[in-house]
Design a protein around this ligand. Structure first.
Ligand code: OAD
Length: 236
């Protein structure tokens, strides 16, 4: 941790990529591994447009399950530590693959949510978007005033990331002196490509995870342990 702390002290530009692992200690299940299974389905089987068109009710049941878990969750010390860090670094960018709002609840501003927002709904017919903060929607699949089917405002497999958010994330990866990869299996692209882009651009890459991942061999420092314990220690 000393090496990473030294880089953190010197860095004027830091970018962070978080994944489901940072919300795990808040009670939001991660996607991969046994914990991520819902009724035996893997996330890839449900989080895609084909699955939604085939069986919107099933996909919405999964999102209702995740919405109700997220609604009960509170930020943990890892989320708070990152909000604190932002106030100490001149150029700080927080990029999250998470669709929950726990970073924002902890006080982080301008989070680049590359995979969208679970509280947002979008009409497949008229395109209208709105926020619905109810933990679970009473009628599924939900419908818009125009009669169209509403889908979750998240990015599914095979879909493009929101362009303006992705451009900012790319820019942050290209200019960071230090890039922290926190609580992600780093297997979902293009989000995971940010790690390689930052590395090629000369950033020190530090990974924080409870287990090694596909990127662990290519990084500069590995901090083993849960985010809620390691991040407050690092920032202290
Ligand atoms: P994953 O479920 O693939 O990975 C979670 C990672 O967090 C794993 O590497 C765990 O070892 C690690 N982890 C678990 N608990 C932790 C803790 N307390 N502290 C530190 N690390 C911990 O989740 P993501 O990498 O976020 O996409 O998955 C990426 C994308 O795949 C998600 O954004 C979602 C999913 O399908 C979409 O919904 C489009």
């Amino acid at each position: 941790m000393e090496q990473t702390r030294a880089w953190l002290k010197q860095a004027r530009s830091v970018a962070v990529l978080t994944g489901a692992g940072i919300s795990a200690e808040s009670g939001v299940p991660t996607f991969r591994g046994k914990q991520g299974l819902w009724k035996q389905y893997r996330p890839e089987e449900l989080a895609n447009a084909d699955a939604f068109h085939r069986d919107p009710r099933l996909v919405w049941e999964w999102y209702n399950w995740r919405r109700s878990l997220i609604a009960k969750a509170h930020p943990n010390p890892g989320h708070y530590a990152l909000a604190d860090l932002a106030s100490r670094i001149p150029n700080f960018t927080l990029i999250s693959q998470n669709v929950d709002d726990l970073h924002e609840q902890a006080g982080s501003r301008d989070v680049l949510k590359v995979h969208g927002d679970i509280w947002q709904l979008r009409c497949l017919n008229c395109g209208r978007q709105h926020i619905d903060p109810r933990p679970a929607l009473p009628e599924i699949p939900p419908h818009c005033h125009c009669g169209g089917l509403l889908r979750p405002g998240v990015v599914w497999f095979g879909e493009e990331l929101p362009r303006h958010i992705w451009c900012k994330a790319l820019q942050a990866a290209r200019t960071a002196e230090l890039f922290l990869v926190i609580g992600t299996s780093a297997v979902v692209y293009p989000a995971a490509s940010l790690v390689h882009i930052a590395k090629r651009a000369g950033a020190h890459i530090v990974e924080l995870n409870i287990t090694e991942t596909v990127i662990t061999n290519d990084i500069d420092d590995f901090l083993a342990g849960p985010c809620g314990e390691i991040l407050p220690k690092l920032i202290a």
